[in-house]
Structures are given as structure tokens and as C-alpha cells.
Design a protein around this ligand. Structure first.
Ligand code: IMP
Ligand code: MG
Length: 194
């Protein structure tokens, strides 16, 4: 289903990776398992999958095609927040949903849940619109970093408290196109740099 070139094919990008945590094959297999589960759980519900751009796009694309029941999809975009606003979980919505979600079965699809502050803010926003149900599906979870409790219905993999890239996750907008997820070499990753 997904394009699976070997890591060496991504020459310069792969050279910035110190360790692959999840291979393209592992991700594909897990996405299929989650897709089967969702197809079973939402039979007859015509769920609406909602994702936040941009990191979620490869997962959303693969997950959608692993789901075998009728399903709709929509995206939101949020502004890059400052460190202060981020610490308070404040988010500015740049692109809202196209349609109302009242009485809909909503599955919020995430690439990674870190502190959970962003997601918590967005879930509260959506809850106020009275969906029939609102559940969360995340491919990656960093449980050690969580600052706020978020119920997760579907979870792909746990991640350590490290910065990872690939499969949609970026470092300064790069590495999203890697089909695997890995740790950046320390000489590449400089958290304090502007
Ligand atoms: P939080 O849960 O509000 O802290 O923010 C989660 C968001 O931070 C994710 O949707 C990603 O955009 C970003 N993020 C968190 N951890 C990583 C990572 O390891 N690599 C790349 N982006 C990350
Ligand atoms: Mg995200």
C-alpha cells in the first residue's frame, strides 16, 4: 500500500538518523491492525476522522485505506504557537472543519501525543459542538511526557521521551517523507537553536 523504499534510498536524510525505532513494515502492520479494529467498532456509524495538519497526513492516508467501512475525513490547521502559549496549551485554529459535527461519531486521529496540551484544547473545542461520540486514535504515544490525562481509544506504539522524525513527523519541516520513524543524531537536533 505505502511506498517502501529501503532507508539507504533516503541518503542524506537517513544519515541524520541515529537509530530507527519503527520500520516502515512495522508501521504498516500496526496501521492495518488499528484499521481492522476501527472498522469493527464503527460498523454502521459512518465516522468522521479528524486530523490536524501537517504531521498526521501519512498516518491518516494509510489508516483511511486500512478502514473498510464508509468513513469521512476532515482536517484542521493550527498556528505555530510560542513556547509560552504552548505551555498553557493555547492553540489558535487557522483552518476549522468544513462541516458541523453535531451528532456525528468523531475519531480524532493524531500522529503523536506528547504533553497532550494541544489535543486537550482541541478536544474541548470539538466537545462543545456536541458530537455523538468523540474518541482518540494516535499512532505514537509519549506517555512519560503527558501533562494532562487524555483517554486514548486506539494507540499504535509507545515512544520514549526523545525527539523522533519520519512518517509525517518533522524537525524544522524536514524528514516527514521518511517511511520509518527514528531518532535524530544529536549533531542534527539542536533544541535550543532558533
Ligand atoms: P503536545 O501533545 O501538545 O505536546 O504536542 C504534540 C505535537 O508536538 C505533535 O502533534 C507534534 O506536532 C509535535 N511533536 C511532539 N513530539 C514530537 C517528536 O518527537 N517529533 C516531531 N514532532 C513532535
Ligand atoms: Mg500533530
Amino acid at each position: 500500500m505505502s511506498i517502501q523504499l529501503p532507508p539507504e534510498a533516503y541518503g542524506e536524510l537517513t544519515q541524520g538518523i541515529s537509530r530507527i525505532l519503527y520500520t516502515a513494515e512495522q508501521i504498516e502492520q500496526r496501521v492495518h491492525e488499528i484499521g481492522r479494529e476501527i472498522s469493527r467498532d464503527y460498523e454502521g456509524c459512518r465516522p468522521l476522522f479528524i486530523g490536524v495538519l501537517k504531521g498526521v497526513f501519512p498516518f491518516m492516508a494509510d489508516l483511511l485505506r486500512a478502514v473498510t467501512i464508509p468513513v469521512e475525513v476532515d482536517f484542521m490547521a493550527i498556528a505555530n504557537y510560542t513556547a509560552v502559549a504552548r505551555g498553557q496549551g493555547f492553540v489558535r485554529v487557522q483552518k476549522d472543519l468544513d462541516e458541523p459535527i453535531t451528532n456525528r461519531h468523531i475519531l480524532f486521529v493524531e500522529d503523536v501525543i506528547d504533553t497532550g496540551l494541544t489535543l486537550n484544547y482541541l478536544l474541548n473545542l470539538l466537545k462543545a459542538r456536541n458530537p455523538a461520540t468523540l474518541k482518540v486514535c494516535t499512532l505514537f504515544d509519549k506517555p512519560e511526557r503527558r501533562l494532562i490525562r487524555i483517554p486514548i481509544r486506539y494507540r499504535g506504539f509507545d515512544l520514549p521521551d526523545r525527539f523522533v522524525v519520519g512518517y509525517g513527523l518533522d524537525y524544522r519541516e524536514m524528514y516527514r517523507n521518511l517511511p520509518f520513524v527514528g531518532l535524530l543524531k544529536p549533531e542534527v537536533f539542536r533544541p535550543s537553536a532558533p
